[in-house]
Every structure is written in C-alpha cells, then in structure tokens.
Design a protein around this ligand. Structure first.
Ligand SMILES: C[S@@+](CC[C@H](N)C(=O)[O-])C[C@H]1O[C@@H](n2cnc3c(N)ncnc32)[C@H](O)[C@@H]1O
Length: 250
C-alpha cells in the first residue's frame, strides 16, 4: 500500500473507534431510517425502484446502508479499509437483522467481481481519501453492470477553502481550490492527508471511465455539521458546501 494511504488507514482505524464508542446511539439512529437526505432520495429514486444490488464504497459507520435497504435496495455490500468501522457496522446490521455485508478492503482495489452492482453509492467524506481519482472512477466502472448507476453525495471541492468564522465567510489563506492535497485539521482523522479533486476532475474521471453524467447538483447545506453545534457563516446559504453526482454506465 502507498505509504500515505497506509498512514491515512491508521488514522481511520483510530477515528473509527468512535463508531464503537457510540454504538448504541448509532443503532438507534440507523433504526430511525432517516440517514439518506431528501435530495439523495430524489436522485436515487429511479435506481431504488428497481431493487438494485448496491455496493457502498467507503461505507464508514454504515448508517446509510440500513436506509438503502429500507428504501428499496435488494442487497448492500459495504467496503471500507477500517476493520473497526466495518466490524461495528456488521454488528449493527446483525442487531437490526438486516442483510448488509461488509468487506474490509482498500478502494480502488476492491475484491468484488466485475459487474456485480446495479448501483455504486459513495460520498460524505469519501473522495478526499482517493489518491488517484481516475483509478477510483475506473473501479466504479468495473463494479457496475451495464446501465448501472453511480451516485455520489459529497462535500463540495470548495469546502477546504471556507473558514469556520461565525461572523462572515472567509477564504483560508493557506488553501487553494487547485491544490493537490492538504492536511486535515478538524475531526475526524485529524493530521491525515486529504487529496483535493475539483468538480472538473471528478466529472472528467467519470466520463473517461465510460459513465454518462445524468445529474450534477450543488447545495448550500454541508453534508455534515459538527456535533458541538458550531455554525460557520460559510454554511448559511451563500456558498456551495456539498454536491450530488448521478451517472450511468454506458
Ligand atoms: C468520512 S468517512 C465517510 C464514510 C461514510 N460515507 C459515512 O458516512 O460514514 C470516510 C471513510 O472512508 C474510509 N476510507 C478512506 N480511504 C479509504 C480507502 N482508500 N479504501 C477504503 N476505505 C477508505 C475510512 O475508513 C472511513 O470509514
């Protein structure tokens, strides 16, 4: 494994201990079936109506997997390189008696067969951990059946620029939209190296991997807010904080 990816994996094993410590809260949250946001459900609607076999890349705490099943998925396989995250998600699936299965593996070298998925679902802090966005898109293309769909709901690539000031939004002096990477200085995985992919990088990688873009939406709402209630002015409606991408394999 690439040394920077290996260091990030260690950081994620530590950060994922949170899923174990907060197991009961996550169990209750998963059972509420409110994990998928309305705009996700809107774009996922046509796929979920066809009872898809879903592969969730970088599945993390796995709350979305329980909701994907409840909203129509036939099967969900989560893939994450943190054995701590995958084990906590697997216990939860067992406790809730839902058939989600977790594989501990690195993305983009996923040990699942070609064309096993009707839908590849990912995001909420996933793409910044990909060292090579073209290799990621090619892996998505390999996993998808013909006419299968990729859905990504992710932090907007401009987010690393926004300060967390509460009075007004500011652009951080130490960040650039066009930088290749930066060091994470907030929870989780503090100190880990994040790679930056612009919207152009992501869309172009998908097109080169044989995917046809069906929708690209940008939202003011971040996909995540800190649990301490902090409200940055950059999250209050004027700036892009998340996006959805829906693409179909040709
Ligand atoms: C911010 S979390 C988001 C995950 C998930 N979408 C969620 O909401 O919980 C990022 C996840 O990606 C995983 N991850 C990061 N890089 C990875 C890689 N190269 N291969 C597999 N998993 C990876 C981490 O272990 C972590 O669980």
């Amino acid at each position: 494994m690439d040394p920077e990816v290996a260091a990030n994996r260690v950081a994620w094993e530590t950060a994922s201990q949170k899923h174990v410590n907060e197991y009961d809260e996550h169990l209750a949250e998963a059972a509420r079936l409110e994990s998928l946001r309305p705009w996700e459900l809107e774009l996922l609607g046509p796929s979920l109506a066809e009872a898809p076999m879903v592969v969730h890349l970088q599945s993390g705490h796995g709350l979305d997997d329980v909701d994907l099943l409840a909203k129509g998925a036939r099967t969900v396989v989560g893939v994450d390189y943190s054995s701590t995250a995958a084990a906590a998600a697997q216990w939860r699936a067992r406790d809730l008696k839902v058939g989600v299965h977790y594989v501990v593996a690195e993305v983009p070298t996923v040990p699942l067969r070609d064309e096993c998925a009707d839908l590849v679902y990912t995001g909420k802090g996933a793409l910044i951990w990909m060292r090579d966005i073209q290799a990621w898109a090619a892996e998505v293309g390999r996993l998808l059946k013909p006419a299968g769909r990729l859905y990504v709901y992710e932090a907007h690539p401009a987010v690393p620029l926004w300060s967390w000031d509460t009075d007004k939004p500011r652009i951080r002096d130490d960040r650039s939209y066009f930088a290749k990477s930066h060091i994470n200085d907030s929870f989780p995985a503090n100190g880990a190296q994040e790679w930056q992919w612009s919207l152009g990088d992501i869309v172009t990688a998908c097109i080169r991997a044989g995917l046809e873009i069906e929708a690209l939406e940008e939202y003011a709402e971040p996909f995540w807010r800190p649990g301490d209630g902090h409200r940055a002015a950059a999250w209050e409606g004027r700036l892009p904080n998340s996006f959805s991408l829906l693409a179909r394999k040709r």
